[in-house]
Design a protein around this ligand. Structure first.
Ligand SMILES: [Zn+2]
Length: 97
């Protein structure tokens, strides 16, 4: 092991040929300066992982539709009825007046 300090990370982003070189290199064999920059730069990580394509954005079309107000009120009434039944049963079991 050498005591030399590690090379500083590059401050500027990798070029397309450098990204290709890092991607083609076997694991652990990429040039250290490039690998250090890649480890710290989200933009270059995206370019290396997604091959330069823009990141797919969440469309939100999988989100379920909100319930209608009448269904929400029905659900609220059911919850209140269940809570009332719980306390009624509890009162019977405890034997309160
Ligand atoms: Zn970068």
């Amino acid at each position: 092991m050498s005591d030399a300090p590690p090379p500083p990370a590059r401050s500027e982003c990798l070029t397309d040929p450098e990204i290709e070189g890092v991607r083609a290199a076997p694991p652990g064999a990429a040039p250290e300066a490039l690998a250090r920059h890649l480890a710290a730069c989200e933009r270059c990580q995206e370019r290396a992982l997604l091959d330069g394509r823009p990141r797919p954005r969440a469309t939100g079309r999988d989100r379920p539709a909100l319930p209608s107000p009448s269904r929400a009120l029905l659900m609220l009434a059911l919850v209140v009825a269940v809570i009332a039944a719980f306390f009624y049963t509890l009162r019977l079991l405890v034997g309160g007046s």
